[in-house]
Design a protein around this ligand. Structure first.
Ligand code: ADP
Ligand code: MG
Length: 238
């Protein structure tokens, strides 16, 4: 589970066309990175997949079901934001439990999932702290943990590391790669950082001004970039 298909997806905000006919198929378990300069439409595309934004045209399918009319909460996806979006007045444990309690999941199941995610992310020692008592890196783990406990069919991550300093970004990136391998879940990862894209992705989608310039593995993009823009962005000498 976790197959995502976009067919001729367009998006306009008023008179401004932000995305032009996006066609893309993401396989179950794949880690796909959307990369491109600021303003090219990466977040808008991710938010449409999440259900936080409605496409103007085209069809969006998850595991063979068209989801255009299905609300975000029923799509089985989990989104991780750059800003973490944690509740400051709740403990880490309460932050992790929040979405699950809303779904009326049994308490024992919630506790099991929290223990498991906390162990995986090594945050089990600060489950009773509040977000304000954590470092940026720890907060980001909690945000990822909140996605993991939901056992989504796909994780959608929008520049999740951009608030971290360079060193922490490197180590957290490596942990995310390990987590992806361990969960074998579909992940869509948005970044404007080509190094992040090249090191994490199974496949990279290069966007410019609302269009896909190229889709390929990091090696394909590096060895055979479709044009100068892709070559320049990826840092390929070709
Ligand atoms: P990226 O994530 O690649 O930086 P975005 O998807 O955030 O780009 O934005 C793409 C374009 O759409 C930008 O020009 C942005 O100003 C515009 N945009 C995004 N959201 C809205 C909105 N709610 N209303 C109007 N314009 C928007
Ligand atoms: Mg963005």
């Amino acid at each position: 589970m976790g197959h995502i298909k976009l067919t001729n997806i367009t998006k306009s905000f008023g008179a401004i066309d932000v995305l032009h006919g996006i066609n893309l198929e993401i396989a179950d378990g794949e880690l796909v990175v959307f990369v491109g300069p600021s303003g090219c439409g990466k977040s808008t595309l991710l938010r449409m997949i999440a259900g936080l934004e409605k496409p103007t045209g085209g069809e969006l399918a998850i595991d063979g079901t068209v989801v255009n009319a299905i609300p975000a909460s029923d799509r089985g996806l989990a989104m991780v934001f750059q800003s973490y979006a944690l509740y400051p007045h709740m403990s880490v444990r309460q932050n992790l439990a929040f979405g699950l309690e809303n779904s009326k999941m049994p308490k024992a199941e919630i506790a099991t999932r929290i223990t498991e995610a906390a162990r995986m992310l090594e945050i089990e020692h600060y489950l009773d702290r509040r977000p304000g008592q954590l470092s940026g890196g720890q907060r980001q783990r909690v945000a990822i943990g909140r996605a993991i406990v939901r056992r989504p069919v796909a994780f959608l991550l929008d520049e999740p590391l951009s608030n971290l300093d360079a060193e922490l970004r490197g180590s957290t990136r490596a942990e995310l790669a390990a987590l992806h391998a361990r969960l074998s879940a579909t992940m869509i990862y948005v970044t404007h950082d080509q190094i992040e894209a090249m090191t994490l992705a199974d496949r990279i989608v290069v966007l410019r001004a609302g269009r896909i310039e190229q889709i390929g593995t990091p090696m394909q993009l590096y060895n055979t970039p479709a044009n100068r823009f892709v070559a320049g962005f990826i840092g390929s000498p070709h």
